[in-house]
Design a protein around this ligand. Structure first.
Ligand code: 3HC
Length: 292
């Protein structure tokens, strides 16, 4: 047992909702917080759709699906986190926004086993500095789509205690995830390797050296990757890619992490990839069947 029976998730985006789905599937009760109603409604609709798909594919029975859904609550008030055993924050990659959430969580939840961030590129120590309990702050970095990807990176910051580290490891095991451990450095293991690769593919496309399709087919068919790098960047979100590239560049000052100009042009134009309908590729909205 990890000691985490009720989990608070800050942020009901693709990552936050995926974390909630995996936790509910593992039998935990989950509360998802978002300050606005519209993202909460989207989170609920996406979880219902994902559970519905698992039921229709025979991975869950009807009863298991509805029990799982009943274990998840959505709220616009952080006060509803009262009594949660631990929290995972999964909001935008903005150190100040994360810090101010951690400051509030710290005041609200003096007994929480851990306050974890799902950040992919912001140093955990910088987030922990906003709290009075940096020993309880840790990075637990999930991969997208969370219900499918089995990895979590567990990131120990300067002040993270042994107890918090052990609790995060037990929590990952409860969720059925495989933990790898890293020190507190932007990018941790996976993004440190993945981001220069994705940025190189974007530069290759930007230079007109090859088409997006050929770059992606090259890596899928030549290296057995499930998605090519430009498809993957669209899937992760170009705004997220840009923020991670900036954080890594800020940390290491190495040009291979720096976002290429075309990435910035796409992001400022609102082309965030799959979620906005356009990135390196276009994604027409899914057709809703007409009512009978
Ligand atoms: N929620 C729940 N289940 C999902 C899902 C979701 N969002 N998306 C896919 N699945 C499940 C499907 O139900 C299906 O399950 P089944 O085979 O048991 O029925 C299975 O995953 C395969 O899905 P599909 O058949 O729809 O699609 P694909 O076979 O094309 O696989 C994919 C989709 C799993 C996304 C695959 O393309 C893939 O692995 N892509 C690479 C993803 C990757 O690299 N992720 C890491 C990104 S980096 C990151 O997250 C770090 C961050 O900091 C940037």
């Amino acid at each position: 047992m990890s000691g985490i029976e009720t989990l608070g998730v800050v942020g009901g985006g693709f990552m936050g909702t995926g974390i909630a789905e995996s936790a509910a599937r593992a039998g935990l009760s989950v509360v998802i917080y978002e300050p606005e109603q519209a993202p909460l409604d989207r989170s609920q609709a996406s979880l219902e759709k994902s559970i519905g798909r698992a039921v229709s594919r025979g991975k869950l029975s009807d009863q298991e699906g509805s029990d799982m859904l009943n274990r998840v609550a959505w709220t616009r008030s952080l006060d509803d986190f009262d009594g949660v055993d631990g929290v995972v924050e999964a909001i935008i990659e903005d150190a100040k926004a994360k810090g101010s959430i951690f400051k509030k969580l710290d005041a609200l939840l003096p007994d929480a086993t851990f306050l974890a961030s799902n950040t992919s590129s912001i140093p955990i120590a910088e987030i922990a500095a906003w709290t009075q309990r940096p020993d309880r702050v840790i990075g637990i970095h999930f991969f997208s789509p969370v219900p499918v990807m089995s990895l979590v990176e567990i990131v120990r910051a300067i002040d993270t205690s042994d107890e918090t580290l052990a609790a995060a490891g037990a929590f990952a095991a409860t969720m059925g995830k495989h933990p790898v451990h890293t020190a507190d450095r932007a990018g941790f293991i996976v993004n440190m390797l993945l981001v220069p690769y994705l940025m190189s593919a974007i530069r290759m496309y930007e230079d007109g050296f090859a088409t997006a399709e050929d770059i992606d087919e090259g890596m899928k068919r030549g290296c057995g990757h499930p998605m090519g790098p430009l498809q993957l960047a669209d899937f992760i979100g170009l705004d997220v890619m840009y923020a991670i590239g900036e954080s890594l560049y800020e940390e290491f000052k190495r040009p291979d992490f720096a976002p290429p100009p075309i990435l910035k042009r796409l992001v400022v134009s609102g082309h965030f990839g799959r979620k906005s309908g356009r990135g390196f590729y276009e994604y027409p909205p899914a057709k809703v069947p007409a009512a009978a």
